[in-house]
Design a protein around this ligand. Structure first.
Ligand SMILES: [Cu+2]
Length: 300
């Protein structure tokens, strides 16, 4: 088995998949067998003259009824499993999931936010999904769950993780240039580890620029270590000379504090040469903007 079954829904989904796969393999074997049988039986070298059949009510009923029953059986297998996956247990922890170009944001009941999803093992979780911009799709292969994130709409997923570990989260709806980088992790922790992580940072803690960059999704496109992503890196950016396109005209500017502030609030004003003009305006409160700019200035 390539991908672990790390949630209560995983076994269920796999069972449906394998039942339908076996039905299909059986059909393939039967059809192939009959095909080969007739190829041999009516081989031209045998000079058999086949009978001309003009119709058979019994045959027609058989080949309509049997496939219909098979399809209904597959539908039933899927429906029963789907019902159990969509049923949400009574006591659940709600976590809000926001997809945006190109990162995930998880908001917990106590106001804590993170860019990776953290859940306690064995506890039912309900994810409330939405999107800030375009269609995204939230997918955890190890849990066998997937649901679209739609702007101005709330969808949900529920699951109970049953194995401690770290698993991949992907976006499976093509959502623009940075789609392939829209990845995160779900960390399944034991009860105590989760409780201490959950309570660690009070919502009123001093704003940390690095954390804000992560939460606002900036690090989906920009790095802090000098490597190139969809957007320019923040490392060494402060006080450097940057070639930008302003209304299509090339000009050189110094990346001072004003430049950083303006580029966050109005990303379309000056677009760094060599990079696509795709950055969305970032919603930041004044205090948050200060913290982000202060942090970028330290990345020498
Ligand atoms: Cu996406």
């Amino acid at each position: 088995m390539l991908i672990p079954r790390a949630s209560n829904t995983a076994g269920n989904v796999d069972a449906v998949f394998y039942r339908i796969l076996w039905i299909e393999i059986s059909l393939l074997v039967i059809v192939t067998f009959v095909l080969v049988f007739f190829v041999i039986k009516y081989n031209s070298s045998k000079k058999t003259v086949p009978e001309n059949i003009s119709g058979s009510v019994i045959l027609e009923i058989i080949w309509m009824v049997i496939p219909t029953l098979i399809v209904l059986l597959m539908f039933y297998i899927g429906l029963v499993s789907f019902d159990s996956i969509r049923a949400v247990p009574k006591t659940v922890m709600d976590i809000r999931v926001t997809g945006r170009q190109w990162s995930w944001l998880f908001t917990y009941e106590n106001g804590r936010q993170s860019s990776d999803l953290r859940v306690p093992v064995g506890k039912a979780v309900k994810l409330l999904l939405t999107s800030d911009d375009v269609l995204h799709s939230f997918y955890i292969p190890a849990f066998r769950i997937k649901e679209d994130c739609v702007p101005k709409m709330e969808t949900y997923l529920s699951f109970t993780p049953n194995e401690i570990g770290t698993y991949d989260i992907f976006c499976t709806e093509f959502c623009g240039l940075g789609h392939s980088g829209m990845v995160s992790k779900v960390v399944v922790m034991n009860d105590n580890d989760f409780a201490s992580w959950y309570a660690a940072v009070p919502a009123t803690a001093k704003m940390d620029g690095q954390k804000l960059l992560e939460e606002k999704g900036c690090l989906g496109c920009h790095t802090t270590d000098g490597s190139k992503k969809i957007g320019p890196t923040f490392k060494g950016l402060y006080d450097s000379q940057v070639t930008v396109l302003t209304n299509g005209k090339e000009r050189n500017v110094k990346a001072d504090e004003d430049y950083l502030r303006k580029s966050i609030k109005e990303p379309k004003a000056d677009v760094v040469k060599g990079y696509p003009d795709i950055m969305p305006a970032v919603l930041v409160k004044p205090g948050e903007l200060d913290a982000i700019v202060e942090y970028i200035e330290t990345l020498k």
